[in-house]
Design a protein. Structure first.
Length: 135
């Protein structure tokens, strides 16, 4: 069965399994961790959205929607802004309109340039998803 925990877990695993070597992937819980390292990193946050009933007969179902955010951080050194953009685009393409065969569908994706924040260039990769839930 698909649920919100499984969505986060499947998404994390999909990115982890396709990441270039040397990129740190973290799940943020509550607050984004302090990245004191000088290595590129990605922080995943999960924003569950609304539920829409799709019940037919006695089978109670609903469609859940939400957004996964990957904050991509690259050191603010020569070329870091370009590398941040390239990695963000790769992540977006990895999820764009993918059906994982387990009721989870990733929809549109977007890369948002957040610019420079101190020692980091940052992008947010926004991934919309939906899945059917039986309750």
């Amino acid at each position: 069965l698909m649920d919100l925990y499984t969505v986060g877990d499947e998404t994390f695993k999909r990115l982890r399994d396709h990441l270039p070597v040397g990129i740190n992937l973290t799940i943020a819980s509550g607050t984004i961790p302090n990245m004191s390292t000088t290595e590129p990193s990605i922080v995943m946050t999960h924003n569950p959205g609304p539920r829409y009933p799709t019940t037919i007969g006695d089978c109670k179902r609903r469609t859940r929607e939400g957004i996964i955010y990957f904050q991509v951080r690259y050191p603010a050194i020569n070329g870091g802004d370009t590398q941040c953009m390239i990695l963000s685009e790769k992540i977006a393409k990895l999820f764009e309109h993918v059906y994982n065969g387990n009721w989870l569908r990733y929809g549109d994706t977007e890369c948002r340039n957040l610019g420079r924040d101190g020692a980091w260039y940052m992008y947010n990769v926004v991934i919309n998803y939906s899945f059917e839930e039986v309750y």
